[in-house]
Design a protein around this ligand. Sequence first.
Ligand code: ZN
Length: 453
Amino acid sequence: MSVRTSHRGRLLLTLTTALTSVVAVASPAAADPGAASVAPLTAAFDTAAVRYDVPRDLLVALGYAESRLDPRAGTASTSGGYGLMHLAANRTLDEAVTLTRLGPGVLRTEPAANVLGAAAVLRSYADQAGLTATARDDVNLWYAPVVRYGGASDPSVARLYADTVYDLLRVGFAATRGEAVAGRPVAPRRGALERAAVLGGVGTLSTDYGPAAWAPASTSNYTVASRPGSHPVDRVVIHLAQGSYAGTVSWFQNPAAQASAHYTVRSSDGAVTQSVREKDIAWHAGNWTYNTQSIGIEHEGYVDNPAWFTDAMYRGSAALTRSLTTRYGIPRDRAHIIGHVEVPGATHTDPGPNWNWTYYLQLVNGITGIGSGTVTTSASTLNVRSGPGASYPVVGSVADGATVSVYCQAVGSTVTGPYGTTSVWDRIGTNRYVSDAYLLTGYDGYIPNVPRC
Ligand SMILES: [Zn+2]
């Protein structure tokens, strides 16, 4: 019986038998990351979804957001999360132990058990939220359980976590490990979080770096200063977060972290969130002298999985570092733009061998692939929306005649403006878009070298 076709029948088995069976086929796959690793994850998601009546694709999307479906061999993330579903120590992991009666070691290290544990926790949250059996069939009603699973305290960051999962469902994705989810329309019921600010929108913009969102770290996690007056700022330190974008931003808001970075960059699109003001000293380098004299930039992902190292992330990060080096007069070279691993006394290896320093330094030195345009509107201002389309909420405005940077371009709703009719939308900041029909870029539609969002 082939592994690939056997998972349907396995759904009918008891929990214990099913788990044993899935784990049994998962173990040899761990030593062979090729095609054989596809079926065990498929079976694990099928089994968990049926056992706990959680929408299967929601489970897969949550896992993709957390880990790109990489089991990570049971090692903890920076914030203490385990496995492809990122079961969190002292929180969802403990709940999964109680709900599944599986041991914490198995839940941390066996992919099938890890998925089962996450499904059990989500289902318990759904029950506590009053979701009936009928309601559980509607993926849009699982927003609150997903938010609770993420564990963020700040409403904007909680929304960022859950919206990431629902955006994956809307757009669809294919993981390198074989799982694929087709895009579909989604309309998550956000409840009270519908009114929470979208990061990058009104009230959540960085004052230090225009394109970034602002989600302040806990005051327990950095040192207030008045740089560059109090200390010179002469280095940029590059990190890999060992965690997701939302998870990292959320972790810096947790007083228990005792760590922070100034900025975090997202893998999928290069979006940036700032957690600590540049004048203040973030705790990221593990070396007080380096902390006092540097800006720390985290990047979403894990050092050992190349899937996180996207072109969009390099570009978003390089634009930030280019701005920092300009504003502080920092030379754009490898003596001043360094990895965490290069900090004296470093116990961390990030950003690791998958980080392309040559390409990054090229981008920082001006081959940025970022365009610009001049706003032209018959009104005094042009609406800025949170996504590439006229149906997205207005999150700000830019003045007629203003020059804006274009970080990437996306296809959205069709708009007619001073520069004709187009479905191209220009991303001018994190979750900030304007129609290309109102932007004089010098090009008809796509700008050469500017990536698609
Ligand atoms: Zn680091």
